[in-house]
Design a protein around this ligand. Structure first.
Ligand SMILES: [Zn+2]
Ligand SMILES: [Zn+2]
Ligand SMILES: [Zn+2]
Length: 164
């Protein structure tokens, strides 16, 4: 499981990216959501690696060949991708990472996820722990508080950086 969450440094990342893009296409088609050119490009750039990337880095990459995409267009594309559950925003890094759990049939997973962020290589992986959610809900209920959205971000070292 650990190796699946954090693919080894030399893995064939083209496969990860192609799989995610194909799933995104299918999902958008099924929902009647338009994966426009800019949206698709932004998603492709987010999927260049497993490390979260900031909006301005995305903009720079997008305009590398002399393009003139405006920052607002990138933010709008990111908003769309987040709404569709294709991309997650990591608040602690102010950066975005592609969702590796897109299921075209199920239409995405529960995105109240926990994120593991490696301080060595910068990679991020999602951990979906129902036990953790239950524990959190229980702890919060005692305060009379209702959770709308919960995203836990945990930084540390991935198995590859740990063994390096
Ligand atoms: Zn990969
Ligand atoms: Zn996800
Ligand atoms: Zn790492």
């Amino acid at each position: 499981m650990a190796s699946r969450a954090f693919p080894p440094p030399g893995h064939d990342h083209g496969v990860c990216a192609a799989t995610a893009l194909a799933a995104a296409e299918t999902l958008c088609q099924a929902r009647g959501a338009r994966l426009t050119d800019v949206r698709r490009k932004v998603l492709t750039l987010v999927w260049q690696s497993h490390a979260p990337v900031g909006a301005y880095d995305l903009l720079a990459r997008l305009n590398k060949g002399g393009g003139k995409v405006a920052p607002i267009a990138v933010y709008r594309a990111l908003d769309f991708l987040m709404t569709q559950g294709l991309v997650h925003r990591l608040a602690s890094l102010n950066a975005y990472v592609g969702c590796a759990h897109i299921d075209a049939k199920r239409g995405g997973h529960n995105h109240n996820a926990q994120f593991l962020i490696c301080q060595g290589c910068g990679c991020a992986a999602e951990l979906e722990s129902p036990a953790l959610r239950r524990a959190l809900a229980k702890a919060v209920a005692g305060r009379g508080f209702t959770i709308n959205r919960e995203v836990v971000e945990i930084s540390g070292l991935c198995p590859h950086c740990k063994s390096a």
